[in-house]
Design a protein around this ligand. Structure first.
Ligand SMILES: Cc1cc2nc3c(=O)[nH]c(=O)nc-3n(C[C@H](O)[C@H](O)[C@H](O)COP(=O)(O)O)c2cc1C
Length: 288
């Protein structure tokens, strides 16, 4: 797979989310009409994630504070070979989303991904739902030097194409800075934008709907925001770098908006978390 040339046909896949973690999830996804299956985000150590309730589906949006529950690297080292070969049997590419809590952890996870034969490596730089001592952990998306450093370290241990999964940037200056760093990086092949918008809150009967209080905003309300991010990155990045669009997509028409502003592929999470894995066929079925 050449840099900047992802073979995802049709160019639709699931986004990293709570129903993309287990062999059963892979079984469900590989029987949909997507061109790739993504698992993750996974971490070095197993994580239970944040207390429930950690998911709320509103009318035009969702809020979540899952905090990346997953079984940890050693579980995936054992189970990924089978998940990958089944995905390949279905004629789809296999992507893994990894989330380290340090550059070294990203490298360990990437090494494991290399050993088991992952096709595309997505680096989750944007999870807003992880806290330490009651405080939100810094989001790597806002620190271009750290992102580029992590990608360079990963590049020393694997040739798997790296996708930087980014938070949405409300500051155009920061977006420019990140685009510049990614252009200079020798190792990042593509960006996927956007992760959830951090720090959202909704109340019911005077109480936050999420046990954690705040969470990431996703779903329909993210469509114009993520579409704008895709357009801005497309305008800035060289042609050989792909831009993957993610945010609020629920139909082939929504996906088409992203293709019109230059996305090479699209991902969806919220609609499938809400309606089931197979709901993604509403997008994939009309995006050949
Ligand atoms: C329940 C849930 C869990 C998510 N978990 C992750 C994750 O582990 N890693 C990640 O990069 N993004 C995660 N996301 C963000 C999605 O991949 C996606 O970027 C975002 O939700 C916008 O797309 P959507 O509107 O189609 O959901 C999660 C989203 C949801 C709704």
């Amino acid at each position: 797979m050449e840099k900047g040339n992802f073979e995802i046909d049709p160019p639709v896949m699931n986004a990293a989310c709570s129903i993309a973690k287990t062999p059963e999830d892979v079984e469900r996804w590989r029987n949909t009409e997507t061109g790739a299956v993504l698992v993750g985000s996974i971490t070095m150590e197993p994580r239970e994630g944040n207390p429930e309730p950690r998911w709320f589906a509103g009318e035009d949006y969702a809020l979540n504070s899952f905090g990346m529950p997953n079984e940890g690297m050693e579980y995936y080292r054992r189970h990924l070979p089978d998940m990958i070969s089944k995905t390949h049997e279905s004629g789809k590419a296999f992507a893994l989303s990894i989330a380290g809590f340090s550059p070294e952890e990203y490298v360990q996870l990437a090494k494991m991904a290399d050993e088991v034969g992952v096709d595309i490596l997505e680096l989750n730089f944007g999870c807003p739902n992880v806290s330490e001592s009651g405080k939100q952990k810094p989001i790597a998306s806002f620190d271009p030097d750290t992102m580029v450093h992590i990608a360079a370290e990963i590049g020393k241990v694997t040739d798997i194409p790296q996708v930087a999964k980014l938070s949405p940037y409300s500051d155009p200056g920061k977006l420019n800075e990140v685009a510049g760093a990614i252009i200079d990086s020798e190792n990042i092949s593509a960006v996927a934008t956007s992760n959830t918008f951090p720090g959202g809150v909704m109340l019911r009967d005077g109480e936050p709907v999420l046990a954690a209080g705040r969470g990431g905003v996703s779903g329909r309300s993210m469509l114009p925001i993520a579409l704008g991010q895709v357009q801005q990155f497309r305008e800035r990045l060289p042609e050989n770098m792909d831009v993957i669009g993610v945010g609020g997509i629920e139909s082939g028409e929504d996906a088409d908006f992203y293709f019109q502003v230059g996305a090479t592929a699209v991902q969806a999470a919220t609609m499938a978390v809400r309606d089931g894995h197979e709901a993604i066929n509403q997008i994939a079925g009309s995006a050949d």
